[in-house]
Design a protein around this ligand. Structure first.
Ligand code: HEC
Ligand code: HEC
Length: 416
């Protein structure tokens, strides 16, 4: 590692934290402490890689992800997982891959308000970013039971409500045969899962894709570089950051950790407490109700308390993942900031009518913020510093078939 991580206030630049009050300053100090600790982890992991493990390349301010004992990271698994993630042969009708709804240039979202599955079925929710998905303590918009990537993947692969990849008992064998026929896959599966008589099966497909997904690490945004003392924020970005981490806008209560969520897991870290929040997006009939089948955790528990409660998503790369919220109902970052400033959404008429600002179930942390036009702009400017262009373009995370096709085209052109 070159220059070590620095505490932001230990730099010669003006101190953007000077404006903040006690709690935030504590959080910042904790953040700097974490940088030191995580930095140590990175070195340890480099040493381990020499012994045949996986070589993480992590920015100094991000910790090593936690990896389940029964699916350790290896480079051959990650390589195989990358091919499978981008391969439409993995869907029942051959029309969709994971990447159809999780596009790298959009930080692994699809730009649609709601996703559309391989058979054309409309998903009730919006595709989520896979940015730093390895650090999530709980997965998807609102499911307390999904805590492992391996488990979550059964949903897009085998789910039938709605159909995503569309695998089922009628086509599962046929789909596996597609992979067994391909020499390149036979080689890659053997390398990834040595000493297995028939490595090409769904268990290994899931293990490999999960390993690939754990490498979707983003920590090189302007904000990260600023943390490491390698970038300067504009005055507007700094004001937005102060608002974000301050007690007036309160964003940090739910989006305040290194991954801009409120629950992270990482190697050697504690198991986080998982919480879900009702932000006042709906208040149908004044009862706090959300529309079916998007009533948040309530869909699974049926507990009145869980109505409209969702997981706070990461805000990393948020500028490229519009539209926003679980149902894609807020089109721009500015509209999200307006929403939080108002303290809920008002829907004037129709079957969803209701004043979210008056919802009896809305979180006490999203009760509205008195923000000037300039302050709203500042918040948006800060959110835009969370975009990591190197992540959106990283070759190692890109479509390997596109790379192969380009190589083949170049070879053919050279022959002519
Ligand atoms: C039809 C579009 C579609 C396809 C295909 C698809 N996904 Fe998703 N993905 C979604 C949607 C929508 C969500 C949010 C689901 C929810 O909350 O109910 C999601 C959520 C996720 C999450 C949770 C992210 C988080 O922040 O918790 C992961 C991980 C994921 N998908 C991985 C995959 C993998 C791996 C594949 C291929 C095997 C895949 N997806 C295929 C649309 C899709
Ligand atoms: C009480 C916890 C809480 C607070 C405080 C909070 N958020 Fe959120 N945020 C959430 C939840 C939960 C969602 C998802 C809601 C949904 O999908 O219905 C969300 C969604 C978002 C999204 C859209 C993410 C996406 O992928 O679509 C943005 C942007 C965002 N919040 C920014 C902010 C900002 C800026 C603030 C401060 C003004 C803030 N949040 C305060 C919990 C919170």
């Amino acid at each position: 590692m070159g220059r070590g991580p620095r505490h932001p206030s230990g730099t010669p630049r003006p101190r953007p934290w000077g404006l903040l009050r006690g709690v935030t300053v504590l959080a910042v100090v904790a953040g700097a402490f974490a940088i030191v600790i995580f930095g140590g982890d990175v070195n340890a992991s480099a040493a381990k890689a020499k012994k045949g493990g996986y070589q993480w390349t992590l920015p100094a301010n991000l910790p090593e992800p936690r990896v389940p004992a029964n699916n350790p990271m290896t480079q051959p698994k990650v390589t195989l997982g990358r091919f499978l993630f981008y391969d439409a042969r993995l869907s029942g009708n051959g029309k969709q891959s994971c990447s159809s709804c999780h596009l790298q240039k959009k930080a692994f979202t699809d730009g649609l308000p709601r996703a559309i599955g391989s058979t054309g079925e409309l998903h009730p929710r919006s595709s989520q970013t896979l940015t730093n998905v390895a650090y999530h303590g709980v997965l998807t918009w609102a499911n307390p039971g999904l805590t492992r990537l391996e488990k979550q993947m059964e949903v897009p692969l085998f789910g039938d409500n709605p159909v995503e990849m569309g695998l089922n008992d009628r086509n599962k064998a046929k789909v596996l045969a597609r992979f067994r026929r391909v020499k390149q896959y036979r080689v890659m599966f053997k390398r990834a899962f040595p000493n297995q008589a028939q490595p090409i099966g769904y268990g290994n497909i899931i293990r490999a894709i999960a390993s690939f997904q754990r490498t979707l690490i983003s920590g090189n945004s302007k904000y990260d570089r600023w943390l490491r003392g390698a970038a300067t924020m504009t005055a507007s970005e700094q004001r937005g950051m102060s608002l974000f981490f301050g007690e007036r806008a309160e964003c940090h209560h739910c989006h305040g950790n290194f991954n801009f969520t409120d629950q992270v897991v990482y190697k050697g870290g504690p198991t986080p407490e998982i919480s879900f929040h009702n932000t006042g997006l709906f208040n149908i009939g004044g009862t706090g109700a959300f529309p079916e089948p998007n009533r948040g955790v309530f869909e699974l528990t049926g507990r009145p308390d869980d109505m409209g409660k969702f997981r706070a998503p990461t805000l990393r790369n948020i500028a490229v993942t519009k539209p926003y919220m679980h149902d894609g109902s807020l089109p721009t970052l500015r509209s999200v900031v307006d929403f939080y400033a108002a303290g809920g959404r008002v829907i004037a008429d129709g079957p969803l009518a209701g004043d979210g600002r008056a919802s009896p179930l809305r979180s006490d942390l999203t009760v509205g913020i008195d923000l000037s036009e300039q302050e709203k702009t500042d918040l948006v400017m800060f959110l835009k510093t969370l975009t990591d262009r190197s992540f959106l373009r990283a070759k190692a995370l890109s479509d390997p078939f596109a790379a192969q096709r380009a190589r083949a085209r170049r070879a053919a052109a050279a022959k002519r």
